[in-house]
Design a protein around this ligand. Structure first.
Ligand code: COA
Length: 592
């Protein structure tokens, strides 16, 4: 079929569908939803049999849906309508939810249901986490089912009997959730409620609140352990108590939470924040300790060791499994949105240096549950522009050097087998960080973006000029970088970027990774494998030192950061402030 993906942005769900539908042999093109006239033009040019809308913020014009079947993906169960479907489901504490594929008609989310797929709401999951995992999986199932039902000569879906028994009354319009609905009442809200409110608003629009009397939106919250709380049991709810990494510790009525990220706010009160206002359009989402640097500095710091009890939150965690002679080390780095700032890279580098001192046969780099890594921290870099004596170019250079230091630690860890286990998606430098490991594993749900060019023609570093060709060869590397397309796990296996893909989702995958890593650590010829790995590294180093790869890549990056072509700075600015697209990139809009 000829399928046009009409979407607000080429987001993770759209990328997944794009890859899957192409793999199934469909002819797929993409048009970003910019204006009705542009959509009409795209339909005219591409003549699709069906238009699929995975992620829209506006209505599809009648001129389009009246002539071509438009199937809209709604992240809610049949009968649910409105723009805050997931927010309300989390807010209400629903345990079951679903994704519906329905036909576009005059009223929003009111067309006939072509397919739907239920899912269990993971306790404690944030909205964006649900979206990237459960919603995406259910959407893929429902879209494929809807397309199977597609009859090219008829606009009537064969949807009868699909609805089953759902709790919600058909046709319920649930309005946009306002800040007033999300407001935290610190003197009375239990920790669980506060976490739920922040989860329902994460990653956008956040919960409007205040820290140090400064209005800001809260994101990235985690429960504090009972041990941490012991030291602060007498403080009032709402008080900020301490700091750790990017986060501030804040008292609740029955416990405390860590708040990792905030956006400063233009509005003083929730009532003033217009419900339709996009969140702080000119303000960056940054580490809480960075936004409130002066206030944070006056707070006690509560660092924790890499190996510690499960309930104690921090961005990094290290664990070990298995017997002494077949031991697996497991390093989680749960960086918000997979973005790795200079500080986070340095922490990860130091963690890897410490991990070297541990006696293990296999090291699993587990990344974060949501993203493995998305490379250098573009928000942090953008913020450097406003720091006296700093610049985005300098911050980019420091950040990429810090990323390279992490990759170097991995590339030179030759006394054990290293495995990058992609529980979540990986993009740009984050992909190439994974390729610095000996083995790269993923699951059916991950999407990889193994290229840099989409960020203003960035050349890229992370020793990609060494790790990519050694895996897939020079010609294939060049093609991958030029195409700039997302790869599903199956694509990535076929093209040699992933060594294996197994498991349906992050949880199932994680369990299987541990089993496989333990088996690997117990392999009878592990000694020989390690000897080969060391010999290969020495041979490669003699041929061309890693330092040369790095300095060549950084020379090109220097041009991106400081040269006369500002493309990278412009692209980054648009990305971090989520500026609306003005056109659809030509490599996606094949009809153009
Ligand atoms: N730095 C800072 N923030 C980043 C980031 C980065 N490198 N990559 C992603 N994010 C943030 C986004 O701003 C967004 O923030 P939100 O909390 O306000 O929603 C969030 O992570 C999710 O990103 P989004 O683009 O919505 O996710 P996606 O799954 O649809 O797309 C990517 C994934 C990787 C394709 C896309 O995020 C991307 O292009 N990232 C930039 C990669 C890059 O160029 N890195 C620098 C070169 S190494």
């Amino acid at each position: 079929m000829r399928i046009l993906l009409l979407t607000h942005s080429f987001n993770s769900l759209t990328q997944r569908l794009f890859g899957l539908l192409r793999a199934l042999g469909h002819t797929v093109s993409v048009e970003l939803d910019i204006a009705d006239a542009v959509t009409e033009e795209a339909v005219q040019m591409f003549q699709p049999e069906v238009i699929l809308a995975p992620f829209l913020k506006r209505r599809i014009p009648e001129s389009v849906w009246a002539r071509t079947v438009c199937l809209v993906v709604h992240p809610g169960i049949p009968g649910d309508r409105g723009p805050s479907a997931l927010d309300w489901a989390i807010h209400r504490g629903d345990t079951q939810w679903g994704v519906t594929v329905l036909q576009a008609v005059e009223d929003m989310d009111a067309g006939e249901v072509w397919a739907w797929e239920p899912f269990a709401v993971r306790p404690g999951a944030t909205k964006s986490s649900l979206y990237r995992r459960e919603v995406t999986h259910a959407a893929v199932v429902a879209v494929l089912r809807a397309l199977q039902r597609f009859a090219p000569d008829s606009l009537t879906p064969k949807a009868a009997g699909l609805l089953g028994s759902v709790a919600i009354k058909p046709g319920t319009w649930n309005p946009l959730m306002r800040q007033i609905d999300r407001r935290i009442n610190w003197p009375t809200d239990l920790t669980q409620t506060v976490l739920q409110k922040i989860a329902a608003a994460d990653g956008s629009p956040g919960v409007l609140d205040a820290l140090f009397n400064d209005p800001c939106r809260l994101f990235d919250a985690h429960p504090a352990s009972a041990e941490v709380l012991d030291a602060f049991s007498k403080s009032e709810p709402g008080t900020v108590l301490a700091r750790r990494g990017p986060a501030l510790l804040r008292r609740t009525v029955d416990g405390a939470i860590w708040i990792g990220h905030v956006r400063q706010e233009e509005f003083a009160t929730p009532a003033q924040a217009a419900p339709t206002q996009s969140p702080a359009a000119n303000v960056l989402k940054l580490a809480a300790t960075r936004v409130f640097a002066a206030q944070s500095a006056a707070l006690p710091e509560l660092p924790v060791p890499l190996m510690r009890i499960e309930s104690e939150w921090d961005e990094l965690r290290y664990r070990e499994f298995g017997p002494a002679d077949a031991r697996v080390g497991w390093l989680d780095f749960e960086f918000h949105n997979g973005a790795m700032s200079e500080r986070q890279c340095q922490r990860l580098r130091d963690a890897l240096r410490w991990v070297r001192t541990r006696s293990t046969q296999v090291l699993v780099l587990a990344g974060g549950k949501e993203f493995f890594s998305n490379g250098i921290h573009l928000h942090d870099i953008e913020a450097a522009q406003r720091v006296a004596g700093d610049s985005a170019a300098d911050a980019s250079m420091r950040n990429i050097n810090a990323m390279d230091d992490v990759a170097l630690e991995l590339l030179t860890l030759t006394d054990r087998i290293t495995v990058a286990a992609l529980h979540g998606n990986a993009g740009a430098g984050g992909c190439f960080l994974a390729l610095a490991a000996d083995l790269v594993w993923g699951h059916a749900g991950v999407v990889l973006n193994p290229h840099y060019k989409n960020m203003g023609n960035l050349y890229g570093s992370e020793y990609w000029t060494y790790s990519l060709p050694r895996r897939i060869g020079e010609a294939a590397s060049r093609a991958l970088m030029q195409e700039r397309l997302p790869l599903t796990a199956a694509d990535a296996v076929a093209r040699g970027l992933l060594d294996a893909s197994f498991g349906e989702g992050a949880q199932d995958f994680g369990d299987q990774v541990l089993e496989r890593a333990l088996a690997l650590a117990a392999t009878h010829n592990l000694g020989e494998r390690l000897a080969e790995k060391q010999a290969q590294r020495e041979q490669d180093e003699a041929l061309k030192p890693l330092a040369d790869y790095r300095s060549e890549e950084l020379q090109r990056m220097h041009r991106n950061f400081y040269g006369f072509d500002p493309s990278y700075h412009v692209a980054r600015h648009h990305f971090v402030y989520r500026k609306p697209h003005a056109w659809t990139p030509r490599h996606l809009a094949v009809h153009r």
